[in-house]
Design a protein around this ligand. Structure first.
Ligand code: FAD
Length: 391
């Protein structure tokens, strides 16, 4: 079943050989592949579909500290700087807008939650301050009179997630990376000489590599399983909606204390509305169906915050899969017991932090000291014999 060197020596073409094969072309895989390619490594990026067409192309594009876990704030701040200067280091435009962000509280309970969340993030370095309604309305003139308190962050903004794949594709090709798009990886195994063989669907020759970088997003658990490692990943099925083009209705990124709203208006007038409201679906079926009652709840909350959205027509709704580890902190680092194999994923608000996480991992792979600690997946790995119990 598995392609081995003996198969290759029996007459089939020798496997293509790389310094690193990255499996999964979302923000983590694309950025890791780019930084490694630019360090003169021979890189292959294997992606089942097109680049950044899963979470990294279907997300809301928010680049925010307010929804980022406090422990990840220093990472997200660095990543925000990267996004803001993407045209320089990536070389291609992703429609990044840097603006203020407001997270709102409508009740006393939410106000207490907001203050506690803001304090934790401020202590971690995020420039967040609590403001009253009048100050919030000066920052966001489109805001309703309903909030009783808001937390204001000067470091916020958004990108056009649907441009991510195109921008990285161009940068990767310019950097000399080999792209295997629309090529599902079917498995990976040690090659017997310290490297790995990556099998691709369709039975072509496997890719031989010194290092293996697994960036599977919601499918990271399956990829780790190729090497017999059980790394559980929970899957969220987030639904989003976008309105028709509207007259200017808002100029900030708006959220709420509970996290159930993410809202911004793009330069073309459309407003993207989300906040982690769950659709039906799973890892196998994808975002299979929207749940209308939850969509209505999400839209009501958006209109409660920004009244100019009332009467706006939706032009599209969709859902995407977000990966989350057991402790909601990332898995970024070497895969224990498998020298030369690495994982990068499960990052909360992973679009925001993605490029910085990938840069840190690339530095580790290149033998440089990463500028911040990684998140080794050791703590998340379950013994294979517990698999039956856990399911
Ligand atoms: C609807 C939604 C809204 C979100 N909004 C935000 C937001 O506003 N701000 C924010 O910071 N974060 C947001 N997130 C989270 C963010 O999008 C993700 O954390 C991030 O994009 C994850 O990137 P990734 O590279 O790990 O995973 P992905 O982008 O999912 O990439 C994994 C890739 O692996 C590929 N793959 C899987 N199996 C195989 C295989 N066998 N062979 C080859 N390739 C394979 C997949 O096709 C996929 O392209 C949102 C997520 C969703 C779903």
């Amino acid at each position: 079943m598995s392609a081995t060197p003996s198969v290759a020596s029996a007459g089939t073409p020798l496997p293509a050989s790389f310094d690193a094969v990255v499996v999964g072309g979302g923000i983590h895989g694309c950025a890791a592949a780019l930084f490694l390619s630019r360090a003169n490594m021979r890189i292959a990026l294997v992606e089942r579909g097109g680049l950044c067409r899963e979470a990294s192309g279907t997300n809301a594009g928010t680049l925010t500290m307010q929804m980022t876990r406090a422990a990840l704030i220093p990472y997200a701040l660095e990543a925000h700087r990267m996004w803001a200067s993407a045209a320089d280091w990536l070389g291609h435009d992703l429609g990044v807008t840097v603006c203020d962000g407001l997270s709102l509280a409508f009740t006393e309970e939410e106000a207490a939650m907001l203050e506690a969340r803001a304090a934790r993030r401020r202590a971690a370095g995020a420039p967040i301050e609590i403001v009253g309604l009048a100050a919030a309305q000066r920052i966001e003139p489109g805001l309703s009179a309903h909030p009783i308190l808001a937390s204001h962050c000067r470091v916020d903004g958004y990108a056009s997630a649907n441009l991510t794949g195109l921008a990285f594709r161009r940068a990767l090709l310019e950097a000399g990376a080999r792209l295997f798009e629309h090529t599902p990886a079917a498995g990976a195994e040690p090659d017997g000489s310290g490297g790995y063989l990556v099998r691709v669907a369709g039975g072509g020759p496997p890719l031989r590599t010194r290092r293996l970088v697994l960036c599977g997003g919601a499918w990271l658990e399956e990829m780790a399983g190729w090497l017999g490692v059980r790394l559980p990943v929970r899957v969220l099925v987030n639904q989003l909606a976008v309105t028709e083009r509207l007259a200017p209705a808002m100029r900030t990124v708006i959220g709420v204390a509970s996290g159930l709203l993410s809202l911004k208006q793009f330069g073309n007038g459309t407003a993207v509305i989300g906040g982690g409201w769950q659709a039906a679906g799973d890892r196998d079926r994808g975002g299979a169906a929207l749940v209308p009652a939850r969509l209505v709840g999400n839209l009501r909350l958006a209109c409660h915050a920004i009244p100019a959205l009332r009467g706006a027509r939706l032009v599209r709704t969709w859902a995407g899969l977000e990966a989350e580890t057991r402790d909601a902190l990332p898995a970024v680092g070497p895969l224990p017991g498998h020298p030369g194999a690495f994982v990068c994923g499960g990052v909360h608000s992973g679009f925001t932090s993605g490029p910085w996480m990938a840069r840190l991992l690339a530095d580790r792979i290149l033998g440089r000291e990463p500028a911040m600690p990684l998140f080794p997946p050791d703590r998340l790995i379950e013994a294979p014999e517990t698999c039956g119990d856990a399911r």
